[in-house]
Design a protein around this ligand. Sequence first.
Ligand code: NAP
Ligand code: MG
Length: 492
Amino acid sequence: MKNNLALKKTSVGKSLGREMVYSPAPEDSSHIKINKRYDLFIGGKNVRTKKYFKTINPSNEKVLAEVSYADGKDVERAVSSARKAYDKYWKNLPARERGKYIFRIARILQEKAREFSIIESMDGGKPIRESRLVDVPLAIAHFFYYAGWADKLHFAFPGLKPEPIGVAGQIIPWNFPLLMAAWKIAPALACGNTVVIKSAETTPLTLYKLAEVIQEAGLPDGVVNIISGDGKTGSSLVNSPGVDKIAFTGSTEVGKIIMRSIAGTNKRLTLELGGKAANIIFEDAPLDAAVEGIINGIYFNQGHVCCAGSRLLVQESIMEHVIRKLKFRMKNLRVGDPLDKNTDIGAINSSEQLKRITELVESGVTEGAEIYQPNCTLPAKGYWFKPTFFTNVSQSNRIANEEIFGPVLSILTFRTPTEAVEKANNTFYGLSAGVWTDKGSKSFNILNKLKAGVIWANTFNKFNPASPFGGYKESGFGREGGKHGLEAYLNV
Ligand code: NAP
Ligand code: MG
């Protein structure tokens, strides 16, 4: 049998000794059961619809399953099922019992973690290493965390009487399907609400798998209803008169449409939108760690990350050094089969997203920025984009301002801490940021001046269910995670 890690002499090898070449190490997916067809999950039952659409594997364009398309009537059916479940059992259930159901979901998910990881990577294109080590464990942690809060809400809001809101309509994007569902369903249930959740068009499968878990956990019928469709389905949910709260994660553009539709109603709203985060590297930063932070900040999940460190701000004195290290590191990134355990960068989620990334990258070249892409071969089928960075970027370039939502980094320089802060805050967004320096005092000083909801110091893209997440400005409002995440689902 061939060694998994073969060593080969190459031209690069002449200066470095030898280069590592990996043999394929695919995760076994033969035991994974994906149905041919998925119906809506309403009132604890599978409900057929008039229309179905296909979800594909973006790494090979093969159809994985047919999925129900919910029209306005189907949405109303799901909302009234959630209402019935709310009035009939959920709002009257002792909080401890609610908690038990959520604990049960967490434990069943834990048993099926491997299956969920594989399906997430097949449906969405993300590397199996990430779905197995990030998406699924964090989703489980979220359910465990909020299960614990269910009977302790009075400690979270001492002296007050927290009450559930009612029926929550939840809409999620395609970049972290199961994780975003956990971020939304877990706190809603813990606070005593019932739920109608809509998956994104390209990634409905793990939510329907979650429906199976919910059934296995014995949740009363209608407490969680799962639907799929497109933007119109989402819009019907937003405009349904039976919904008391909308929780939306997605683009700023759609967030604004939702805000307009909800204006003048009694509906509560939380919006988790886009970002264009600054990742600031000072000359005194631990550089090898910072380069890992840059890589993780922008190439994690193909850059389909709302809080991605997509604007790198490097202190001018170390620019050349950082670029040299970054290029060397990028040559070792492996782009390819999401189910291969050695893959660092998987497939772009859809042809539409690939088009958007390509268009923005072309604008970068046209506007005069300098592009770098390592030499790597992309698979023939599927949607792929090489890890990319731009230097010579000016503040006015589209690639410095617009969210690319792909593996593309824009690099700018700064001279002083004041200039770093000015440039970092020079954006419509305000979701996240990163600061790399050896000095704790400098770190605190800068952190306090950055206008972003989540700021990492000497690390990037770290998540924890106990830590609130959310934005400023056009990145939205409301927090998910932590004690703050409870407020979004309660009348206090
Ligand atoms: P999107 O187009 O806004 O879609 C998000 C969700 O909204 C999808 O389920 C989509 O359905 C649905 N939708 C589309 N039009 C709608 C409408 N008019 N009314 C109601 N719902 C509608 O965003 P995306 O391209 O899927 O996701 C990428 C965006 O999400 C990025 O901007 C990213 O930054 C943001 N994001 C933010 C966070 C955060 O926590 N702040 C986390 C992850 C992603 P279909 O998919 O079926 O069209
Ligand atoms: Mg898909």
